[in-house]
Design a protein around this ligand. Structure first.
Ligand code: HXC
Length: 510
């Protein structure tokens, strides 16, 4: 019996070595951890249970016979993050560059199937060179199987991708269909085709970083939702993110202890909005003062900074925060901001996370760049997302809520459950200056008259009371009481039920 146990340990040790000591050293030299080291940091100590450690490829072409490595380039299994179950797969770059073979794909599919059955999140750690070139269509088929499962699980269990090395070819499309993609700065990059192919096809000369590094995907392309300094920070931040998320679309929100009194008032909020309506202020200050312990996990922090999206907690329960950011482009809604917030709102709605929206928006951004870029269609995404959301929607207008953007930003009309406004709110079709220029064009030469008209418009509309008179605003609240009001509203709506008519699925303007 003993020799059998010894043999098991030997096989395990061999499998744990992946591509061997030399390749592990090379991985470390590049500032990267191995797949198993990453899993150890991601999961609670000792909680990882590995599956399919002995799976090997079955390819016999292009010299592959006899090159089998136990595990075949991906480490799979499950474990816990602060006691809550997650399924994990981590590409092992030391084995055939983490490339995907038929059997490698089967291992990932097994994790996806098990996670879906158990209704638990899946986290994928990527560090791979795409399809196993020697396997041809068998690898392509494997990708297809993974993609289909990503889509079936979408909206049922959270799926998170962390890119920690190369992520090329087929490897990019599975992450892109998960809920969130995060990257490690300087060591990870994502692209469909690499710099060499780009040069051949388009004559462009770019580095991997310029083509698909974190600096590109977290700012320009918005493919990724955030980036971190190194492997360790990225993995610890994934643990933090998991703490915010429910296990599935029917499970309760996680509830964590909190120390920030729900009734606490913050007098500094009474002076947050400057007297001059054209002067910006930092909306993040409001968020940090209102949510539990100022803990805010921001999504797409460096893309479309004119809108803020992220997770926080109120009374220990997760909320999604969406807020216009007046210090960037005056908080205007443009194409990027609309797409960013729409996707976030839809994620929250999938997983029953209430949404708190802070509004200070001068409208949609005018201009040919925006119109040619399809502002109508992209702005509609956010309008669609809010209108379709059945989770509790709580809205606080701090200052401007102009034009179509007033409607879009979780107004009463599109489904806001509790709509508050600060006394500084200005709810109107547009700002006074613009309104007067349209209404009194013939008087534009007369500065005195125009000044009076502007003042009249401002006096009438630059306040929350016209909307409150109609019941579009439920209450005009003191800024200092915002945390108390919002937590009470969330409590009130905890059992909200709202049904939409049956449909196969909607047709959001993509
Ligand atoms: C088989 C691969 C591989 C692959 C890397 N390797 N990619 N083996 N199939 N796709 C192997 C290498 O041969 C090497 O083996 C080891 O992994 C490490 O690779 P290196 O090239 O030495 O590492 P590095 O210099 O860091 O470069 C990493 C890389 C590069 C940028 C990922 O390897 C690369 O460009 N690979 C090919 C990428 C690619 O074109 N993939 C196919 C995409 S098409 P040894 O034994 O020497 O250590 C695709 C289609 C799917 O994915 C579409 C589905 C929709």
């Amino acid at each position: 019996m003993k020799h059998i146990l010894v043999e098991l340990e030997r096989r395990r040790d061999q499998a744990r070595l992946g591509g061997g000591v030399k390749r592990i050293e090379a991985q470390h030299k590049r500032g990267k951890l191995t797949a198993r080291e990453r899993i150890e940091i991601l999961l609670d100590e000792g909680s990882f249970e590995e599956f399919d450690m002995y799976v090997e490829h079955r390819c016999t072409e292009f010299g592959m016979e006899g090159s089998e490595v136990a595990g075949d380039g991906v480490v799979t299994g499950w474990g816990t993050v602060n006691g809550r179950i997650v399924y994990v797969f981590a590409k092992d770059f030391t084995v055939f560059g983490g490339s995907l073979s038929e059997t490698h794909a089967q291992k990932i599919c097994k994790i996806q199937d098990m996670a879906l059955k158990a209704r638990a999140p899946v986290i994928g750690l990527f560090d791979a060179g795409g399809a196993r070139i020697q396997e041809g269509v068998a690898a392509l088929g494997g990708y297809g199987e993974v993609f289909k499962r990503n889509v079936i699980a979408s909206g049922v269990i959270p799926q998170i991708s962390l890119i920690m090395g190369p992520c090329a070819g087929g490897d990019v499309y599975s992450p892109s269909m998960t809920d969130f993609i995060f990257m490690v700065r300087d060591t990870s990059y994502m692209f469909v085709t690499g710099p060499d192919v780009v040069k051949t096809v388009t004559n462009e000369i770019v580095t991997a970083e310029e083509l698909g590094g974190a600096s590109v995907h977290c700012t320009k392309s918005s493919v990724a939702d955030g980036s971190f300094e190194n492997d360790v920070e990225a993995l610890l931040q994934m643990r933090r993110l998991i703490d915010f998320l429910p296990m599935n679309n029917r499970s309760d929100l996680p509830e964590l202890p909190f120390h920030h009194g729900a009734d606490e008032i913050d007098m500094s909020l009474d002076t947050l909005v400057p007297d001059n309506p054209n002067k910006p202020y930092d909306m993040k200050e409001l968020i940090l003062k209102v949510v539990d312990e100022g803990d805010f996990f921001e999504i797409q922090q460096n893309h479309a900074k004119n809108i803020l999206c992220g997770f926080a907690r109120m009374e220990g329960r997760t909320v999604g925060i969406v807020a216009n950011q007046p210090i960037v482009l005056a908080g205007v809604l443009d194409i990027d901001a609309s797409k960013k917030a729409a996707r976030f709102v839809r994620f929250c709605d999938c997983f029953n996370i209430p949404i708190v929206t802070f509004v200070d928006v001068p409208g949609f951004l005018p201009g040919t760049v925006q119109e040619y870029g399809g502002l109508i269609k992209h702005g509609a995404k956010l309008l669609f997302a809010y209108s379709q959301a059945t989770v509790p929607l709580i809205t606080v207008i701090t200052r401007k809520a102009y034009g179509g953007a007033y409607d879009v930003m979780a107004s009463k009309h599109v489904g806001g459950d509790i709509n508050y406004a600060w006394p500084t709110a200005e709810i109107a079709v547009m700002g006074a200056k613009g309104a007067v220029e349209v209404l009194y064009r013939s008087e534009l030469g007369d500065a005195e008259k125009i000044a009076q008209r502007t003042k009249d418009y401002q006096d009438r509309f630059a306040n929350p009371f016209v909307a409150a008179e109609r019941g579009y605003i439920d209450e005009v609240i003191m800024p200092h009481s915002t945390r108390k009001r919002v937590t009470r509203a969330l409590r009130l709506l905890r059992n909200k039920q709202q049904d939409m008519p049956w449909k196969k699925h909607d047709n959001i303007p993509l």
